[in-house]
Ligand binder design. Structure first.
Ligand SMILES: NC(=O)c1ccc[n+]([C@@H]2O[C@H](COP(=O)([O-])OP(=O)(O)OC[C@H]3O[C@@H](n4cnc5c(N)ncnc54)[C@H](O)[C@@H]3O)[C@@H](O)[C@H]2O)c1
Length: 269
């Protein structure tokens, strides 16, 4: 196959879906995977069935290997971008979230990414200029109170990117990630929040932050999809959407205790 190809996890919704639509519009062959079979079928309709779709739970390594093999057979073993994007968000103080939800967050957001890299690495190695791309989060800038496990997984995937960017260079392949801020996607309806172990509705931050103009402003999923495209053309390791999200990384690097103390003071209000 001469057509360039992208394999996306969490492609039935939000950022993954916006990325599938954008790359397809640019003529790429899209491999769209998700646990949401109905969402995938809707996406396939939108792409005129000119794509590969497969139901895939990223926590299942055996299934990941099998789906990657099916995709590989269709692309003549070419994989230009592996986009490990699937993620779940669980909100609440660590001591108030059921522990199985904490572990589920780690399994999807971190183990799922490791599964994806391991399943796709041989294809990345043999595709010239391939990119291993992962969705991190602004929650990785400073460990996020109220989303401790989520933030930790997102820090971890940035570390993975850094290591893989060096390891993959042995084969002329690359690694990068994106840290989105507040993105208007169904995550804000699908995520779970717990207070003292009880389910509670999530604060819909994309709705609440609509009038903000700072790094916490509401941004579209397609803006994040654009960063996948920019990363493929570019050389940067860490991307931020909106770009001001990087400022908190810098503030932490300069003075982490100050940031900690500000957050403790905010919490007391
Ligand atoms: N929306 C935001 O504000 C925001 C901000 C920063 C980072 N992110 C990250 O962006 C990524 C995409 O999220 P989104 O905002 O598009 O949310 P979304 O809920 O719209 O999409 C996530 C998709 O992942 C799928 N998914 C969940 N568990 C899965 C599993 N085990 N295996 C395969 N697929 C699974 C869901 O079915 C869904 O289609 C996530 O990694 C999320 O953590 C989102």
């Amino acid at each position: 196959m001469t057509r360039q190809s992208i394999f996306i996890t969490g492609a039935a919704s939000g950022i993954g879906k916006a990325t599938a639509l954008q790359f397809h519009a640019r003529g790429w062959f899209v491999g769209a995977t998700d646990v949401d079979a109905q969402g995938l079928s809707k996406l396939a309709d939108e792409l005129d069935h000119d794509c590969f779709t497969a139901e895939l739970d990223v926590t299942d390594k055996t299934a990941f290997d099998a789906v990657m093999a099916d995709f590989s057979a269709l692309t003549d073993h070419r994989l230009d971008i592996l986009f490990n994007n699937a993620g779940i968000a669980v909100f609440g103080f660590l001591d108030e979230v059921p522990f199985e939800k904490v572990i589920a967050t780690v399994n999807v957001n971190l183990i799922g990414v490791l599964n994806g890299i391991h399943a796709g690495i041989e294809l990345l190695k043999q595709t010239p200029n391939a990119l291993c791309f992962t969705t991190s989060s602004s929650a990785a800038s400073f460990g996020t109170p109220g989303m401790a496990a989520y933030g930790a997984t997102k820090v971890a995937v940035k570390g993975l990117t850094e290591a893989m960017s060096v390891e993959l260079a042995r084969f002329g392949a690359r690694a990068a990630d994106v840290s989105p801020g507040i993105i208007d996607t169904p995550l804000w309806q699908n995520g779970e929040r717990f207070v003292r172990g009880e389910h509670r509705p999530i604060r819909n931050l994309p709705e609440l932050n609509r009038d903000r103009t700072d790094a916490g402003r509401t941004v579209s999923a397609s803006a994040v999809a654009e960063s996948v495209w920019a990363a493929y053309q570019g050389d940067r390791l860490h991307w931020y959407v909106p770009p001001e999200v990087v400022e908190r990384d810098r503030a932490k690097a300069l003075d982490p205790e100050r940031l900690r103390d500000e957050l403790i003071a905010q919490q007391k209000k």
